[in-house]
Each structure stands twice: as structure tokens, then as C-alpha cells.
Design a protein around this ligand. Structure first.
Ligand SMILES: Nc1ncnc2c1ncn2[C@@H]1O[C@H](COP(=O)(O)OP(=O)(O)O)[C@@H](O)[C@H]1O
Ligand SMILES: [Mg+2]
Length: 499
């Protein structure tokens, strides 16, 4: 019982109930107005028909009564004749009006209208050419507006002018409305009207129900989406306004879902990054600690042992420094809202500077590091810090990969709208299976993993730097022959070369 009540109350507050209420009220009001109008028109039609039918009545009576009236309106013969006429047609009241419209003879029994006036304008309107029917006048006896028939007459021995006025109110249209009320036509009309009313009411309610059901469906889908069901969509939205709303929701839901997937992916990558980093930091730190403890505990170390320990400490510290540097570059690249610090600079100069920094490392590894870059190479417009990092990462990789006593060389050339710089080595190359993977974060080839060096961040950072500059990274590697990694930087617009 209470649940039924609650449902009724909730229905009462619903859009459907409100639309239905407004619609039904409007429909009812409209039918009342139409019915009232139809009835009054029927009434009017009744009066019109009556007046049209009796149009010549007063004329005919005037002709018949003319001799009697000549002996005076109140003469016995006039009264006798009038009474005779009225007895034949009891629905009729006959009066004689003077020229001003005043009743001077009343042939009704009992007389009730003597001395009252009929508006001349009504009389003249009916007597005029093509009168617009029905013409109404206030009945001299009852004062109620009604239809009449009128004729001009002359009365009395001296032929005074006046009107013979036949009041048709008694034979009134009420008989007409009564006829309509009892006629089968009226019944059919009323029945048809009621049927049309019921049908349009029903159709309207049905249509609103369909309409509001679509809204309810929309609401339920939005609620499911809000509750975390991110695949919830409006199925096949139509092209009307509600359909457009549905399509807009679908688009929005698609965007939100895609962003969520992207967010989750970023979150996963971030967690992976932290896990990888903690591992990458722990390994050199543990090693560092081991060597430092060895130096602390054992004072009787040979010079050779001390040298090995110190070298290991230096290498591990170097590894940590490199890792920290990669991380700070990564942080800069991840801050997408921070614009690049683009500036024009001479790439040839930068390359020579970087190579100079790597010369000691190359010598230690016994690798020859050469530059084949024309000093007149066009200037580039790029983020100098990031390009420095990218080239350093590439040279670092190449030096590690180069064959024992091998070679690493850098070449630069103008290419189209940019300047291409390539770092090559004569190492073992990258396996074809590894090639598409080496630019992923933390991806390291099997040999690199065995060596324990590196974090797998270097090439992913270079790729990101290229992307931020709107160019791509090319990696060309032949197993057993060597590798060339190249990037193209946009040429500076204003400054030509560094000649
Ligand atoms: N020039 C190269 N020759 C052969 N292997 C390379 C070269 N450059 C990169 N690699 C391999 O690609 C993998 C990814 O490189 P990188 O992203 O720089 O990681 P890492 O920081 O470990 O050097 C590494 O395992 C590395 O061995
Ligand atoms: Mg590397």
C-alpha cells in the first residue's frame, strides 16, 4: 500500500505527470470553448433560419389587414382580424408601431407592450437592402432580444405611416435548439466530438509516455556512468533533439573514458618508473657501500686492491650521476605545460663541445671518437639543453656498443628544412627483434642487461626530445656491422651559418 502511494507521489512529481496534466487541462478547456461556440452558433443559425422563413410574414399580414387598419388601429375590425390571425398562429405577437417605433396597438391577449418602444435602427436594418440576418430587436413585451418580421403600413382614415411588427419570439428558436437537442444529428456530432476528445487525449498521453521514457532511459544511462560503469552508452540515438542529447552524452562519455584509460596508463607507467628507479638506484648504492666498507674495515689493503675499490666507487658514483641527470631530463620532458626553450645556435659548435667531454671516456675504452661536421653547417633552432642531452645519450650508447679498438663518428648535414646529425658506431648492432623496442622506457637488450650497465632510459629520452621538437628519431642498425642513430633538428629561420 505504502509503496503504491510512494509510486503515485513520485509519478506526481514526474515530468510526465506535469505534461499530461497541462495537456489534458488544455484539451478540456479547448473542448469547452469549442462546444460553447458551436452551441451559440447553432442558436444563431436557428434564429436566422426562422427570420429568413418568416421574412414575408409581416408584408402578407399587412396586405390582409390593410382595409381593417384603415378604419383605425384600435378599431374593432382590426382587433377582430388580428385575433383571428393569432388564433391560427399562436406563436405570434402582433403590434402596430408609429413612425417613431412606439407600440400604439397591441393585439396580444392580454396586452403587455402598449407604449414600449422598438429601436428604429433594427426595423430599418431588416427593411433595408440585403439585411445581414439575423437582425435582433428587444421584444416589446418581454424586452428580450429576438427575431421579428416587419412591414411598412398606413393606418387610420388619414393614412398615418407606421409599422406592422410581428414578434416571432414565441415561435422561438427554443423550439429549434430543442429540436437539435433531440435530433440524431446533434447526438452524432456530440458522440463524434467526445470520441475525438478521448482519442486525442489518449494519443497525447501515449506520446508523452514514449517521450518521457526516452528521457528516463537517458537518465538511467547517465546514472550508470556516474556510478562507474564507463562503457554505458545511449544505444542508437535518433536524429531528433533527445537523440542529439544522447549523442552528445556518448561523445562526452567516450572522451572521459579515453582520458581515464590514458590516466590509468600514465599511472601504471609512473608506478613502473618508481619501481624501476628504486632498483636502478639500489644496485650501484649497494655496490658503493660494499667497497666503502671494505676500505673502512681492512686497513691492510694492497695498492692494487685499493685502486680497484676506488675505481669501482668512482664508476658507481658516475652511474648514479648519469641516472640523476636522465631523471631530471625526464622530469622536464614530462612537464608538457612547460614550453621548450627554443633558441638559434650553431649545432657544429655544440657537437664539438660534447665530443670533447666524451674524449676521456673514449680513450679509457680505447675507442676512437671522431667528428665529421662542417663548421659551416646551418644553425638550428631548438632547446639547447635537450639537444645536448640527446646527443650525449647517443654518444654514450655508441661508445659502449663500439667494438674493442673500434670507432664512433658523428656526421652532420643540411637536409630539407632541417639539419640532420648522426651518431654511428662499428659495434654488434641491435637485433632486429629489439629494434622497435629500444626506444621504450626501461627497455634494455639482453647484452646490456648482462653487462649491468644502463637504465634503459637513454633512447626513450632521445625519442621524447625529438617528439617535442616535432621530428622523428631514425635508428638504422645491421647486426654485426654497427648502428647509426640520427635526429633532424629544425633550421634557424634568421641566422644563416656560423661562418
Ligand atoms: N648504438 C647501439 N648499439 C647497440 N645497442 C644499442 C645502441 N644504442 C642502444 N642500444 C641498446 O638499446 C637499449 C636501450 O638503450 P638506452 O635506452 O640508451 O638504454 P641504456 O640507458 O641502458 O643505455 C640498451 O639495452 C642498449 O644496449
Ligand atoms: Mg644508453
Amino acid at each position: 500500500m505504502s509503496s503504491l502511494w510512494r509510486r503515485l507521489v513520485s509519478l506526481g512529481g514526474s515530468l510526465y505527470a506535469r505534461i499530461a496534466l497541462v495537456y489534458l487541462t488544455g484539451l478540456l478547456l479547448l473542448s469547452v470553448v469549442v462546444a460553447w461556440f458551436a452551441i451559440s452558433q447553432f442558436d444563431q443559425l436557428g434564429r436566422e433560419l426562422q427570420q429568413r422563413q418568416e421574412a414575408d410574414l409581416a408584408d402578407n399580414l399587412a396586405e390582409v389587414m390593410a382595409p381593417a387598419l384603415r378604419s383605425g388601429v384600435d378599431s374593432d375590425v382590426a382587433h377582430e382580424m388580428a385575433r383571428h390571425i393569432v388564433s391560427i398562429n399562436p406563436s405570434l405577437s402582433l403590434y402596430v408601431l408609429d413612425e417613431g417605433g412606439r407600440v400604439i396597438a397591441d393585439y396580444a391577449e392580454p396586452a403587455c407592450a402598449l407604449g414600449s418602444r422598438v429601436a428604429l435602427s433594427s426595423l430599418e436594418a431588416l427593411l433595408g437592402e440585403d439585411p445581414m440576418l439575423p437582425v435582433l430587436a428587444d421584444s416589446p413585451c418581454s424586452g428580450q432580444p429576438g427575431v421579428f418580421s416587419v412591414a411598412r403600413i398606413e393606418y387610420g382614415p388619414d393614412g398615418a405611416r407606421g409599422y406592422l411588427y410581428a414578434d416571432l419570439n414565441n415561435a422561438s428558436h427554443t423550439s429549434m435548439t430543442a429540436m437539435l437537442r433531440t435530433s440524431s444529428i446533434t447526438r452524432t456530432l456530440v458522440a463524434a466530438g467526445l470520441l475525438a476528445l478521448a482519442l486525442s487525449g489518449l494519443l497525447g498521453l501515449l506520446w508523452f509516455a514514449l517521450l518521457t521514457r526516452r528521457f528516463s532511459h537517458l537518465t538511467s544511462v547517465v546514472q550508470r556512468f556516474a556510478a562507474g560503469e564507463y562503457q554505458a552508452r545511449i544505444a542508437e540515438p535518433r536524429s531528433d533533439e533527445i537523440g542529439q542529447l544522447g549523442r552528445a552524452f556518448n561523445d562526452m562519455a567516450g572522451t572521459i573514458e579515453a582520458q581515464l584509460v590514458a590516466l590509468r596508463e600514465t599511472d601504471r607507467q609512473r608506478r613502473e618508473l618508481v619501481a624501476n628507479l628504486s632498483h636502478d638506484f639500489r644496485t650501484p648504492l649497494t655496490s658503493l657501500r660494499g667497497y666503502v666498507e671494505q676500505l673502512q674495515r681492512r686497513e691492510s689493503l694492497s695498492d692494487e686492491e685499493r685502486r680497484v675499490a676506488l675505481t669501482a666507487i668512482f664508476d658507481n658514483a658516475e652511474r648514479l650521476t648519469r641516472l640523476a641527470r636522465q631523471l631530471s631530463t625526464l622530469a622536464r620532458l614530462d612537464a608538457y605545460d612547460q614550453p621548450l626553450r627554443r633558441e638559434p645556435f650553431a649545432l657544429a659548435e655544440l657537437v664539438h663541445d660534447i665530443v670533447g667531454k666524451f674524449q676521456p671516456q673514449a680513450e679509457r675504452l680505447g675507442v676512437s671518437l671522431r667528428v665529421d661536421v662542417d663548421p659551416a653547417l646551418p644553425w638550428v633552432e631548438a632547446d639547447l639543453g635537450l639537444v645536448d642531452r640527446a646527443l650525449s645519450n647517443l654518444i654514450d650508447n655508441a661508445l659502449i656498443a663500439a667494438a674493442p679498438q673500434g670507432r664512433v663518428w658523428l656526421a652532420g648535414e643540411a637536409s630539407g628544412q632541417g639539419v640532420r646529425i648522426a651518431v654511428s658506431d662499428d659495434g654488434d648492432g641491435i637485433a632486429a627483434a629489439d629494434l622497435p623496442l629500444v626506444t621504450q622506457r626501461f627497455y634494455r637488450t639482453a647484452s646490456s642487461r648482462a653487462g649491468g650497465e644502463g637504465s634503459g632510459l637513454g633512447l626513450s629520452i632521445v625519442r621524447d626530445i625529438c617528439e617535442r621538437h616535432g621530428t622523428t628519431l631514425e635508428i638504422d642498425s645491421q647486426e654485426g656491422t654497427g648502428t647509426t642513430v640520427a635526429l633532424t633538428l629544425p633550421r634557424a629561420a634568421s641566422v644563416g651559418t656560423n661562418v
